[in-house]
Design a protein around this ligand. Sequence first.
Ligand SMILES: Nc1ncnc2c1ncn2[C@@H]1O[C@H](COP(=O)(O)OP(=O)(O)OP(=O)(O)O)[C@@H](O)[C@H]1O
Ligand SMILES: [Mg+2]
Length: 887
Amino acid sequence: MSKATLFDSRIKKYAYREASEIYRDIGASPDGLPIEQIEAMREKYGVNGFTERKNDTTMQRLRRAFINPFNVILFVLGIVSLVTDVFVASNFARNATTAIIIFSMILISGVIRLIQELRAKSAAAQIDRLIHESVTVRRDGELMEIPTEELVVGDLVLFSAGDRVPADIRLTKITDLFISQAAITGESAILEKSCRKLSYGEQETLTQLENLAFMATTVISGKGEGIVLAVGKDTLYGSFTKPDSDDKNSFQKGANSIAWVMLRFMAVLVPIVFVLLGITGGKLLESFAFALSVAVGLMPEMLPMVITACLAKGSLAISKKQTIIKDINAMQGFGSMDVLCMDKTGTLTNESILLEYYMDILGNENTEVLDLAYLNSSYHSGVRNTIDNAILACKTMPGCETHYTDLLAQYQKADEIPFDYARKFVSTLVRDSDGECQLIMKGDIGHIVSRCSHVEYRGEILPIEKDGMQSVSSVVDDMLQDGMKVIAIARKNVGHQSKITPVDEFNMTLVGYLSFFDAPKQTAKESVAALKRLKVTPKILTGDQAAIAVSVCRRVGISAEEILTGAELDEMTDSELSTAVEKIHVFAELTPGQKVRLVSALQENGHSVGFMGDGINDIPAMNEADVGISVDTAVDAAKDAADVVLLQKDLNVLEQGILEGRKTFTNMLKYIKITASSNFGNIFAIVCASAFLPFLPMTSIQILLLNLLYDILCIVLPWDNVDEEEILSPRDWSGKTLGRFMMSFGPISSLFDIATFLFLYYFLCPMLCGGATYLNITDPSLQLQYVSLFQTGWFLESMWTQVLILHFLRTPKVPFMQSRSSTPVICITLAGIVAFTAITFTSGASLFGLTKLPLWYFAFLLIVALVYMLLTTVAKYFYKKKYHELI
Ligand SMILES: Nc1ncnc2c1ncn2[C@@H]1O[C@H](COP(=O)(O)OP(=O)(O)OP(=O)(O)O)[C@@H](O)[C@H]1O
Ligand SMILES: [Mg+2]
């Protein structure tokens, strides 16, 4: 039986039972669960979350910090070294230093990672406090607010318009409850829900069962109450969202592609080293250990740690800039986003709109139109948006204090059909004191007019004639072109009929219009310019009329020469759309589904797309986009669905977030590229050297030590400065450019390694060992000294150049003069060079097979370092010229 059918049978049965039976079955009661039973229910049915992270045990955290592919390789290496150097070695040759270094590498990277995670967790806790995702439940007979993830099976939940359903629920009580299931079925139609027991004859699929509400669906209007049947991964939504496989994970994909590049280099280099050593007569186990340390030397072991640190630091920095990153992986979206889609109201225009005119069909002021709109806005139980708020605000107009209260007393609500972004209007049925009912419809002009057969003018009801409609639309057109938002009001008497269905919404009488002032924000023009400077193309995806969208876009500097409406979009094939989305920046009269289609068309074209919105209509597009952005004032469901929440709906805030995201990414890429290329350079030189050296150019323990020291220095990289020019365009997060970077800069470092190696072999070592080169020396102790001098010389050269090159490759500019690393980076790297050089002068040096070198060698080192830096600067110039970027 498939997972889905299993799931079906488990939850579906409750649709056909009375509430009382369900309470008994699950062990709940109509008063809600007793507090002491909550834990037991959680034990039995699980938690309401998808990632274990929320309820981490120390074990899980430790496991994540310590177990990763890099550490596994290190561990194998540690064991090999334990076996060869300690267990099977003779008493005399027993030496555990290699094993100790390897295990301390594992320990250090793990502990740092653990600390980072704990810090990130406390940051996340702060963030949770800022954006409350809470639900109302009835427990022990009392209503209380709890965080969504504390919900358990058996809880009684209450929700209303604008909420996201927090779990899978069997409804027990509803008032005009309408739900959009787009998030799980993809269908934009809005369904009316009920709480009656269904009978088995009605063969329906799970999502069609009207007395069930599913996790992640959106309450469009009305209220509901119900028993939680399934939570977290056991919900229908949970059954098809596997934690790590959703397409939001381009971050993970990027990390993987980087790991692959590294693996390919290893796959080539390591066997070569092994074979070369074998040919030159090394011992099998020793050669194996050496080849493995080469592998470790090549790996950026600290990658997981640097990534966690960078992301944690970045999201903390962003949160100080009024932006909350809910999902840390969404930082990637922020760094790489090159198209930002947004709706109009509240982003480009002010958050609230003002009611300006209320008029009959020919444009004369008419209070009856406003009264009808007021009744409609007061009585529909959907989410009140800016339009409703503007209409309801008229009760505070001077002289109207009692008028609107009287009006509500005079007309009672009888029924409604909620607002729906596909139909773009809302209908309410009101009953006067005589029991006569009238249907009031308000919404988009086009959609309303298409349902009208008559117009009302000065009390007379006239059939619509063609030219009559033209003079009507000219009234509206002028206002739209001025950037006003206009909606239409229509009505119909339906006698004593007390319920309405969509069939009743025809043959309406058009009464008039309301127009609103939807003024662009003062800062909008500037912010749009800033986005363009950051190479993020702004695109407007609005459900509103084309004319107003054009007017607003002109005023804020978005090109509106060409515009595409929802209707035109539906006519297009995918390939036509793919070219259209590139050159058009304004899309109007869209349904939520069309917004999704546009976002995915942009993604198909290779863009990294952000979507910023605040309404229920924006949720599907936010889910589709690489990064969904919402604002603190948005409806709860939109905030829940977003990856990023801005505490102010202002494009300026977003600009700061984008910059911070790119900065984070640049620092991560810096670590990866520089480390990988200099490691590659070193290892490549070692390979060349092992081909004809009669001894190991560096012992495996030295390679590891070098690597460990270097990695410790890299811990400060997340705190490095980033050049302003570097973050002016979106960052690509993938292994695509890693290979070419390694191939361009790695060999330069090998060149100097080999020069040093020749200098050591033919000049320094013979000079200090009686004038002969290694092969001509017969005294074993002199041979040992020769090797040790050679290896120390190379160790120091590698370390110096590897650390210095960090400062040269981190920026395309001239280091220290045009672009300075941050103070911690400068201090730590300098301290590192001094400390590690000092090690070779201590007595402990012999533990690692290192020894003291004459001071004049450092003069040589200085020259090598200088020439190396010079050559790198030249290479950097050409690289930048060719590829237009460095990091
Ligand atoms: N509460 C409402 N009552 C009646 N009609 C409404 C209501 N809300 C929206 N509409 C109609 O639906 C159309 C689309 O809604 P809306 O403008 O909110 O879409 P949007 O895509 O969020 O656009 P934006 O936020 O950019 O203005 C509106 O132009 C209006 O005609
Ligand atoms: Mg909107």
